[in-house]
Design a protein around this ligand. Structure first.
Ligand SMILES: CN(C)c1nc(=O)c2c([nH]1)N([C@@H]1O[C@H](COP(=O)(O)OP(=O)(O)O)[C@@H](O)[C@H]1O)CN2C
Length: 183
């Protein structure tokens, strides 16, 4: 029998939008999975994130949570943000970091704080790729800190990471979104 995951997860793909298209129209629900075997079958079936065209995203969220600020489960939350300067990062590095983040999520690596996890996003962009882990309540500082520490340990990511509330990201001016926490 297949090995069940604690949660069911959904993979979304965001395609670079045709000019003037609505953001949400480019967010596509690909599939969902809830066993270890089905995760690997999916991961091995789809394109590596580093091979996606600039402007694309993958999102892996708990089933039923849409990877958007407005979702009930996201609107009071925020994200830990990992950034990767394309000039200084190999495709292999970004792919390995993304996979490790996914394994933390589906493997419930955050103990009792795992219930605050909504999902993870990788943004493939022309100059700066981003990986973010979204949690459901930006006020849970201790839990968010624990989650950030585990993510840095498991990924071996050494630069700083910042946590920002989605409500701040939405009104951000450039990359000046208000940082609630830094690790
Ligand atoms: C419901 N709704 C419209 C809506 N709901 C959302 O949840 C949501 C958006 N819109 N997003 C739009 O994409 C732009 C790039 O953000 P980016 O995170 O891709 O980052 P880049 O600036 O492309 O690096 C954002 O500025 C925003 O316009 C982003 N986003 C998460």
């Amino acid at each position: 029998p297949k090995h069940p995951l604690q949660n069911q997860w959904q993979l979304w793909y965001f395609r670079p939008g045709a000019r003037g298209s609505a953001w949400e129209d480019n967010l596509l629900d690909v599939t969902h999975f809830d066993t270890v075997e089905d995760f690997w079958a999916l991961y091995n079936h789809i394109e590596l994130a580093s091979h996606l065209n600039a402007g694309s995203d993958y999102s892996v969220f708990k089933y039923g949570i849409r990877p958007m600020w407005e979702d009930e489960k996201n609107k009071a939350g925020g994200r830990w943000l990992f950034t990767f300067n394309k000039k200084a990062t190999s495709g292999r590095q970004i792919d390995e970091t993304w996979l490790e983040v996914l394994l933390c999520l589906i493997g419930e690596a955050f103990g009792e704080d795992s219930d605050q996890i909504c999902g993870a996003v990788i943004n493939i962009r022309a100059k700066m790729d981003k990986i973010s882990v979204w949690t459901n309540d930006f006020k849970r500082v201790q839990s968010i800190t624990n989650i950030g520490k585990i993510l840095k340990q498991r990924t071996g990511y050494t630069p700083g990471i910042t946590y920002e509330a989605h409500s701040d990201t939405i009104v951000k001016t450039g990359s000046m979104a208000k940082h609630l926490l830094q690790l």
